[in-house]
Design a protein around this ligand. Structure first.
Ligand SMILES: *Cc1c(COP(=O)(O)O)cnc(C)c1O
Length: 227
């Protein structure tokens, strides 16, 4: 049951924040509804879930259009292909996967000035993994500076999808490093407030390291037919 799963995740957030003496209100639960139906999403809405993440642009736009005027917030969390960015700028409230100056410029240009700025996170690739998108740490400060100056984007923080390590300790080191990068960036940009880190299998360790947003798909909606 989706409703029970959401309550269960909220409980897991509560336990994890208690463990590290953080306020549970600091951690936002983003429900990742990719490959799931409108009916599934409605089950989540019933128990108060109001922000959703989508990876596939067409699918996301369809859902947004079918669920208008419910006060929902939509996050684009997939790779932003240049031919799809117009739809991200037009329909979404957040884009978590900014990875280049070009991508940021395009979204800024495509976001209508009459709308609220698009909230954006820069996706970082902490160990320069070849299979993952995201900017390297070396290029982060230049990109952050650039993004912070674009009028139609609102720079909110960082997103990361770290690879799994073979031990809890090694995993924690990577997550703490990401959190440190986030805090250093916050010294330069005090208005950034979001570290999007942690999924179904690693949300506890992400929260302990300092995550302020966990992106949960499988543990809410069950397994997906496609990745
Ligand atoms: C699919 C996806 C998630 C959700 O992952 P689960 O393991 O199903 O919780 C989170 N973040 C991103 C970027 C994703 O693509």
């Amino acid at each position: 049951m989706i409703k029970d799963n959401i309550k269960n995740i909220r409980q897991r957030i509560l336990v994890a924040t208690e463990k590290c003496k953080r306020d549970p209100k600091e951690v936002t639960l983003l429900a990742v509804s990719k490959a799931k139906t409108i009916t599934d999403i409605k089950h989540a809405i019933v128990v108060g879930q109001d922000c959703f993440g989508e990876n596939y642009i067409q699918e996301g736009v369809e859902k947004i259009q079918l669920l208008l005027n419910l006060g929902l917030t939509w996050h684009f969390i997939g790779p932003v292909q240049s031919n799809k960015s117009r739809l991200v700028a037009k329909y979404f409230d957040w884009c978590q996967s900014i990875h280049s100056v070009k991508c940021a410029d395009r979204l800024n240009y495509q976001r209508e000035t009459s709308r609220k700025p698009l909230n954006v996170l820069i996706q970082i690739n902490i160990n320069n993994e070849k299979t993952k998108s995201g900017v390297s740490l070396e290029k982060l400060s230049v990109l952050a500076q650039h993004v912070s100056e674009l009028p139609n984007l609102r720079f909110r923080g960082l997103m990361a999808i770290p690879a799994l390590k073979d031990s809890y300790h090694r995993q924690l080191i990577v997550y703490q490093k990401i959190s440190e990068v986030f805090q250093n960036l916050q010294d330069t940009y005090p208005s950034i407030d979001t570290l999007s880190l942690g999924m179904s299998h690693d949300m506890e360790i992400a929260i302990i390291a300092g995550s302020t947003m966990v992106r949960i798909g499988t543990a809410i909606f069950g397994t997906r037919g496609r990745a």
